[in-house]
Design a protein around this ligand. Structure first.
Ligand code: NI
Length: 174
């Protein structure tokens, strides 16, 4: 397994639209394993393939925080399709491994149904509510080139963008 590089806002590659996965093979499973390793190393709870420069409709989630010996609960969604079951706005403070250090409130539909393929390429469906619903919608946004900062005011987004750009410049010259 290996750690993958996570792209950071405003990298234009995060704006690409991910393409459907046509087959679930060993190479894809390797990618999934690498994504989990990368996400756990970064203490994230969700990661879309597009964030590690892989333009595929694939995302992973694990809401277990690993504290008090909690077992990992890895979820894999390949070619996910989402249906809103309850559009009532649910407000949650979101963060993103591609926007490190920033957390902002975003409103999303409270309950959704997700149809996808799992790591074995088998179809499944899951009703997601609360944090899982937030996370699935946030990650599916990534597959469509969208970031949580897009839900913020232009001013807020610009401020985050300039701060991250400054950090990237400093890291590059360090
Ligand atoms: Ni994200």
């Amino acid at each position: 397994m290996s750690l993958l590089e996570i792209l950071e806002f405003p990298d234009p590659r995060l704006r690409k639209k991910a393409l459907p996965v046509d087959k679930v093979d060993d190479a894809l499973k390797q990618t999934i394993d690498d994504m989990f390793e990368t996400m756990y190393a970064a203490s994230g709870i969700g990661l879309a393939a597009i964030q590690v420069s892989i333009q595929k409709r694939l995302l992973i989630i694990d809401l277990a925080d690993g504290e008090e010996g909690e077992e990992p609960k890895p979820l894999v969604f390949i070619n996910p399709e989402i249906t809103v079951l309850d559009p009532t706005p649910y407000r949650h403070e979101e963060g993103c491994l591609s926007v490190p250090g920033y957390f902002e409130f975003v409103e999303r539909p409270q309950k959704v149904l997700v149809n996808a393929l799992n790591r074995e390429g088998e179809a499944f469906e899951i009703e997601a509510e609360g944090l899982l619903a937030v996370c699935v919608q946030h990650e599916i946004d990534h597959l469509n080139g969208k970031l949580f900062v897009d839900y913020l005011s232009v001013l807020k987004r610009q401020r985050i963008k300039s701060k991250l750009e400054k950090e990237h410049k400093q890291n590059a010259s360090a």
